[in-house]
Write a protein that binds this ligand. Sequence first.
Ligand SMILES: O=C(O)CCc1c2[nH]c(c1CC(=O)O)Cc1[nH]c(c(CC(=O)O)c1CCC(=O)O)Cc1[nH]c(c(CC(=O)O)c1CCC(=O)O)Cc1[nH]c(c(CCC(=O)O)c1CC(=O)O)C2
Length: 359
Amino acid sequence: MSTPAQSRPRTAHRDLAGSPFLAAARGRRPARLPVWFMRQAGRSLPEYRALREGVPMLQACFDPEMIAEITIQPVRRHGVDAAIFFSDIVVPLVAAGIDVDIVPGTGPVVAEPVRDAAAARRLPELDPRRLEPVLDGTRLLVERLGQTPLIGFAGAPFTLASYLIEGGPSRTFERTKALMHSEPEVWHDLAGRLAGIAVTFLRGQVEAGADAVQLFDSWAGALTLREYREFVLPHSARVLGAVADLDVPRIHFGVGTGEILPAMREAGADVVGVDWRVPLDEAVRRLTAHGEPAPVVQGNLDPALLQASWPVIEAEVRRIAAEGRAAAGHIFNLGHGVPPGTGPEVLTRVVELVHSLEG
Ligand SMILES: O=C(O)CCc1c2[nH]c(c1CC(=O)O)Cc1[nH]c(c(CC(=O)O)c1CCC(=O)O)Cc1[nH]c(c(CC(=O)O)c1CCC(=O)O)Cc1[nH]c(c(CCC(=O)O)c1CC(=O)O)C2
């Protein structure tokens, strides 16, 4: 499919033909292995902590200059092959007018949790104009990033719904699962509304210049395959399907998703993000068990091992690169986000090592 030029005017002049990240995302094997890290911007970087001093997270997420500068910091420091737009999965909810705050040390906190039909019906739609400051940040980035591609992202309906229903971060998702099973029509109404918000957020980012998108269904691994297929897949498929015409690679990621990897691909992923629990060659085996074409995978160094000694990290990186050769394309990443206490020099060293390996 060709890119409709009129929908992505800002990227028309960027020459990304040599991007190893985009080549791998398209199922090719570039000369060197591409790498970026989830949460590569943020608290692991002293330059981020300095810039954010006294500025609340959500204020930073609506400030175009901050967005652009924070997004570029890890590209400058580590030489990663892609930038990920600095934002948060709750930003489109905030833009829609939902009362969510990001509380330091806790995470997203929802003032009025959504737990019944009336509350779900009150969920506002996202007016794309409310995203303007955020998308101005994207436009600045496209001008400043040179030949580094930009990944836009959104939270998937299940993960967003889990924050809205639980009222904040959860380990067990009890209320979410209870609502899903006991009041499926309320669940589907809520998930459908969140899918609409995610579509508006993703399309806005791509139209402003993002070159790829990642849909984070971070907590989908808490579900059984049956639950995923019945309650989640249709909504995530709608989100990924609604950006298909924009012709950018679509990455689909979650934690603990070993049991549902093929279903996550089926939702419309061009690249399947894999956490550290499933070796990449095993992930490829699961993704091709019914004769499907070889997938593109992204992952999957255990973030906890960034604290280990360098020989341990080096051996892990080499093992993962070797296992990734079973895939049509491999984008090196962590199995989840960079922990805030990670020494940035470790990440730079991982990038250097990955770049010495064949794509
Ligand atoms: O445990 C929980 O559920 C709350 C997690 C939490 C969220 N936002 C949050 C927090 C608090 C915190 O990180 O301390 C709050 C949050 N989001 C972010 C930061 C900055 C940082 O981590 O140092 C912070 C901490 C803010 C602060 O205290 O200064 C930024 C963020 N969130 C996210 C992204 C996208 C990415 O990961 O690359 C990014 C941008 C990273 C970048 O530009 O490089 C996406 C996000 N936010 C969130 C989730 C859900 C799952 C998860 O966090 O692991 C996810 C998706 C994911 O990472 O799987 C929710």
